[in-house]
Ligand binder design. Structure first.
Ligand SMILES: *[C@@H]1O[C@H](CO)[C@@H](O)[C@H](O)[C@H]1NC(C)=O
Ligand SMILES: *[C@@H]1O[C@H](CO)[C@@H](O)[C@H](O)[C@H]1NC(C)=O
Length: 518
C-alpha cells in the first residue's frame, strides 16, 4: 500500500518535472530570459511602485488611484513581461516544489500522522497534546464561549429588545440576520434576561454564536454578531471594565490550558488616545498576573470607515502617540472588517504608508499586519505586502497569484490562517483544498490561529484536528506551524527566544511520550 503510494508520487514528480522543463527550456533558454528574470522584474515593479506610493502619501500628501497603481506595477521591459505561459510555468514549478517539500516533510517527521489521521479519537489526542506556544490572530470580543456568555448575561442582566436588535444587527448593509431569526426576535417579549425561562435564555445565548444552520454564512451575518454582543453586553457603562476584563481573562485561561503562553490581540480602539494605549498596558499586566500569559496588542483600523481620510488622520495620531513612549504592549497595526468593496490599496495607503515611513525613520516601533485575501479583491495580499505588511491575516486569496506567492516566500511574509473561520464564512469551500499547506510547503511562514474562536465554536486544538484530518499535513509541518507563530509574532527578541526554547523543550518531551503511548 505504502510503497505503491510512494511509487505513484515518484511518477507524478517525474511527470511534473518533465512538464515543467518542457515549458521552461524552449520559452526562456533560447531568448536568454529565465522565468526567474521575469519574476524578479515583477517584484522590482512591486518595490518601485511602493516607493512612489510612499512619496505620494507621505511627501506630497496625495492619493494613488487604482489605474495608476496597476499601470506602475506592469513590466517596464517588454522582454520581461510575465505572459500567460509564464504564469502557467510558475504555477507548475510551485506545484512541483510543493510535492518535493511534502515528501521531505514526510521523511523528516518523527511522528507519522498518516498512520492515524483517519482515526478521530487519535487525532484529538494528538492535537490536545501537540506543543504550541503562541497565537497571533485573536479578536477579543470574538473569543467568548458559551460559559463566558452565560456568566456575563447573568451578571449584567441586560434588557433584551428584539426590535432594537433587528434594527441594528440587520441593517442590510454591514449586518444581516436570517428571516427566521428576525421573526423569532420580533416575537420576544421586551424584558430583562433573568425574566426569561430556560428556553428563552438559550435563544438569547445562541445570539452570540454563528447559527449551526445553514452550515456557512455571509460576512454580513457574521458582522451582526458583534453588533448583538455590543447591544446586550454594553448597556451599562459602569460594567464595561468587567466585560472587557472577563473577556480577556476567560480567553487567556482557556488558552493556557491548551499550552499557549503568548497571544497577540487585534483590538479596535479608534480614535487612538493616550488613555487607550495605556489601557493596553494595564490589560497586558492583568493577563500576565492572572494567567501567566504574555499578551501584546495590535491596533486595528476598520476598512469600512468613511471617509478614508479619517483613518489617515488617526494613523498619524497613532504614530505621534507612539513616538513619545517606548510601547511595551502595543506592537503593530492591522486593518479589518468586510473586505468586499474595501480594497487594500484604496483603504490602507493612508494608514500603512505613514506608519512604514515613521518606522524607517526610527520614530516608531509599530510593525504592520493586515487582514487581506479573506474576501474581496484578490490583489489585496499583494498590495498589503507592498505597503509593508510583514504578516497577513487570512491570505487565502493569495492562492490566485503565483507571482505574489513568490514575493511572500522570498521576503518571508507570514500568513496566519484560520481554517474554521474561512470555511464558515465561505472564504474556502472545504478544508481539503485550503491553501495554508501549499503556502507552508513553498516556504512561507504560515501559522494557525482561531480568529473569533467563540463565535466559530473552535479553538487552536480544533484547528489542528481540522488540519490533520482533512489534509496530508505532516508532523514536521505541524511543528513548523507552531514555530512560525513565534517567529512571525511582534514580540521582542527576548520573548521570542524564551518561547522558542520552551517550544523546543516541549516538543522533545511530546515526541518521547507520544512514541511510547501513541
Ligand atoms: C425597543 O426597541 C425599539 C426599536 O428601537 C424601540 O422603539 C422601543 O422603544 C424599545 N422598547 C423598549 C421597552 O425599550
Ligand atoms: C504630535 O505631537 C506633538 C506633541 O507631542 C504635537 O505638537 C503635534 O501637533 C502632534 N502632531 C500631530 C499631527 O498630531
Amino acid at each position: 500500500m505504502i510503497s505503491t503510494a510512494i511509487g505513484a508520487a515518484a511518477v507524478l514528480v517525474a511527470a511534473v518535472a518533465v512538464a515543467a522543463s518542457s515549458v521552461v527550456s524552449p520559452a526562456y533558454g533560447a531568448a536568454g530570459v529565465t522565468l526567474d528574470d521575469r519574476v524578479a522584474h515583477a517584484h522590482w515593479r512591486y518595490r518601485d511602485s511602493g516607493k512612489v506610493l510612499s512619496n505620494r502619501v507621505n511627501v506630497q500628501d496625495g492619493v494613488m488611484m487604482r489605474g495608476e497603481w496597476e499601470r506602475r506595477l506592469k513590466a517596464t521591459n517588454p522582454r520581461l513581461v510575465m505572459r500567460k505561459v509564464d504564469v502557467v510555468a510558475l504555477k507548475v514549478r510551485q506545484t512541483l516544489q510543493v510535492i518535493v517539500a511534502r515528501n521531505k516533510a514526510r521523511r523528516q517527521s518523527r511522528i507519522k500522522l498518516d498512520a492515524f489521521r483517519r482515526n478521530a479519537a487519535k487525532v484529538k489526542a494528538f492535537c490536545a497534546a501537540m506543543p504550541r506556544v503562541a497565537i497571533l490572530h485573536v479578536h477579543p470580543s470574538g473569543t467568548r464561549d458559551l460559559k463566558t456568555i452565560k456568566e456575563m448575561l447573568t451578571e449584567l442582566n441586560p434588557l433584551v429588545n428584539g426590535s432594537l436588535i433587528i434594527e441594528e444587527a440587520n441593517d442590510g448593509v454591514l449586518t444581516t440576520l436570517y428571516p427566521n431569526e428576525v421573526t423569532a426576535l420580533a416575537a420576544l417579549p421586551v424584558q430583562r434576561y433573568s425574566k426569561f425561562g430556560a428556553a428563552g435564555k438559550r435563544v438569547i445565548e445562541e445570539l452570540f454564536f454563528l447559527p449551526r444552520k445553514p452550515e456557512t454564512h455571509s460576512f454580513t451575518r457574521f458582522e451582526a454578531l458583534f453588533t448583538i454582543g455590543d447591544l446586550l453586553l454594553e448597556q451599562d457603562e459602569s460594567k464595561d471594565v468587567y466585560v472587557e476584563e472577563k473577556t480577556f481573562l476567560d480567553f487567556a485561561k482557556r488558552a493556557v490550558r491548551l499550552g499557549l503562553s503568548y497571544v497577540e490581540f487585534t483590538k479596535v480602539e479608534i480614535p487612538p488616545t493616550r488613555k487607550a494605549l495605556n489601557r493596553f498596558g494595564e490589560l497586558k499586566a492583568l493577563i500576565k498576573k492572572e494567567t501567566g500569559m504574555t499578551a501584546n496588542f495590535v491596533f486595528a483600523f476598520v476598512r469600512t470607515i468613511e471617509p478614508t481620510s479619517l483613518n489617515r488622520g488617526w494613523a498619524r495620531d497613532l504614530v505621534n502617540l507612539t513616538t513619545t513612549a517606548e510601547e511595551n504592549s502595543l506592537r503593530g497595526i492591522d486593518l479589518l472588517a468586510n473586505e468586499v468593496g474595501t480594497p487594500a490599496l484604496e483603504k490602507a495607503q493612508g494608514i500603512y504608508m505613514p506608519v512604514a515611513a515613521a518606522r524607517q525613520a526610527g520614530e516608531t516601533r509599530l510593525k504592520s499586519t493586515m487582514h487581506a485575501g479573506e474576501l474581496g479583491d484578490p490583489r489585496n495580499v499583494r498590495d498589503a505586502m507592498i505597503m509593508g505588511a510583514e504578516r497577513i491575516g487570512h491570505g487565502v486569496l493569495l492562492r490566485e497569484d503565483p507571482v505574489a506567492i513568490e514575493f511572500a516566500r522570498r521576503t518571508k511574509v507570514g500568513i496566519v490562517c484560520s481554517l474554521v473561520s474561512n470555511r464558515l464564512l465561505r472564504v474556502q469551500a472545504n478544508y481539503r483544498t485550503h491553501p495554508f499547506l501549499r503556502f507552508l510547503r513553498l516556504g512561507i511562514p504560515v501559522s494557525l490561529s482561531t480568529d473569533d474562536e467563540g463565535m466559530f465554536r473552535t479553538d487552536i486544538a480544533n484547528e489542528c484536528e481540522v488540519a490533520v484530518s482533512n489534509t496530508d499535513v505532516q508532523y514536521s509541518e505541524m511543528v513548523a506551524l507552531s514555530r512560525n507563530a513565534v517567529l512571525e509574532s511582534f514580540a521582542g527578541s527576548t520573548t521570542k527566544a524564551r518561547l522558542l526554547a520552551t517550544l523546543a523543550q516541549e516538543l522533545k518531551a511530546f515526541e518521547a511520550s507520544f512514541k511510547r503511548t501513541g
